[in-house]
Design a protein around this ligand. Structure first.
Ligand SMILES: [Cu+2]
Length: 141
């Protein structure tokens, strides 16, 4: 694995960029804003997620999944329960995940942008993903 990574790096003239992204709930509505984000492949991403609610006390998370996997991850998360962040443990379909946060809170996570493609993000609090979803567009460098 290490040698493969070194080959990729030497074949690329540019160092992967650091990219800061922000996403939040639409106030008390279980909707992500923005619903679309974009980042170049290989970037070192620092994503800050903010729960902008002030009234309702339901918690939210931000879960980035492989293409086509949002529904399955959401379903399995429901079985896993709230104490597990509404996520199946060590789910290989999950690329990045924040913990559940309360209204008014923010959390920052770091991850490496995956291969180019369109990756869904959802909140796995039961009943939220139908409206609380978006797409991370991972572009070629
Ligand atoms: Cu939510």
């Amino acid at each position: 694995m290490a040698s493969a990574a070194a080959l990729v790096l030497t074949g690329c003239e540019r160092k992967p960029p650091d990219v800061a992204l922000s996403v939040q709930s639409d106030g008390d509505f279980p909707i992500f804003t923005p619903a679309e984000l974009s980042v170049p492949t290989g970037a070192h991403v620092k994503l800050t997620f903010h729960h902008a609610g002030t009234i309702l006390s339901q918690t939210h998370n931000w879960i980035l999944v492989k293409p086509g996997m949002a529904e399955a991850v959401d379903m399995d998360g429901m079985d896993a329960g709230e104490q597990s962040n509404w996520l199946k443990k060590d789910d290989p379909r999950v690329i990045a995940a924040t913990p559940l946060i309360e209204k008014g809170a923010s959390v920052t996570i770091e991850f490496t942008a995956p291969a180019p493609g369109d990756y869904p993000y959802i909140c796995t609090t039961p009943g939220h993903s139908e409206d609380m979803h978006g797409i991370l567009h991972v572009t070629r460098n």
